[in-house]
Design a protein around this ligand. Structure first.
Ligand SMILES: [Cu+2]
Length: 224
């Protein structure tokens, strides 16, 4: 009798654990597979796809620490999307000095001529687009895109991006790119995510043509 009771209790606990595991497995929506192309179907790289839940603000994760490298007299990456509050390090991996600056409203700053990594990372606590330049190398250009949602991903060369770890529910998906023609706010597409099911979203966007300052031959006087 006693054994039967113990066995019944074990079965009940096992059933409870199995049910809980099932709920956890179903608790997340499947990944959101996004694609970004131009109107000719050409994939667009370095676009940032983000998802926001209009009803329920996303739980704020702890601020991340991100990296904007300088390597071979270029910024790497060209586009760095971050969640608002992120700290960003600016290591200089070249053996010459860079002088990084931004005139953009969400983060105006200057890192005067330096080699190595500045001691303290910079905090990006206002949403928006921050364009980076270098006083020594005019062609150096990159963007830090500060988002108010932690749910985002950047497209690879195939124009595809994948956003994982979302709770089921109603979202709005948006796309941003440094050369996007028009407003990111107007790219919004409603997307309803169900537990355990993947979803797709496709953006067709138009990019402005870009004029970039060409790379100059290395000037030893300016690089002293
Ligand atoms: Cu530089």
């Amino acid at each position: 009798m006693k054994h039967a009771l113990v066995a019944a209790a074990v079965v009940a606990v096992a059933a409870l654990l199995a049910a809980r595991a099932g709920v956890q497995a179903q608790g997340r929506a499947g990944p959101v597979e996004a694609s970004v192309t131009d109107d000719k179907g050409k994939p667009i790289e370095d676009a940032v796809v983000s998802l926001m839940s209009p009803g329920a603000p996303a739980a704020a994760p702890a601020p991340a620490t991100e990296v904007m490298d300088q390597h071979d007299r270029e910024f790497v990456p060209y586009v760095l999307p971050v969640y608002v509050g992120a700290r960003v390090n600016f290591p200089n991996r070249d053996n010459i000095r860079h002088h990084v600056y931004s005139f953009s409203a969400p983060k105006k700053f200057e890192l005067p001529l330096y080699i190595g990594t500045p001691a303290a990372p910079l905090v990006f606590d206002k949403p928006g687009v921050v364009a980076l330049g270098c006083n020594i190398h005019d062609w150096m250009l990159a963007y830090i895109y500060v988002l108010t949602t932690p749910h985002f991903a950047k497209t690879a060369a195939d124009g595809k991006a994948r956003v994982d770890g979302l709770a089921p529910g109603a979202y709005e998906a948006r796309v941003w790119h440094p050369r996007l023609r028009g407003d990111t706010e107007k790219t919004g597409k409603p997307l309803t995510l169900a537990a355990g099911e993947p979803a797709q979203v496709a953006f067709v966007v138009s990019l402005k043509t870009e004029w970039r300052i060409p790379r100059r031959p290395i000037d030893p006087y300016r690089e002293r």
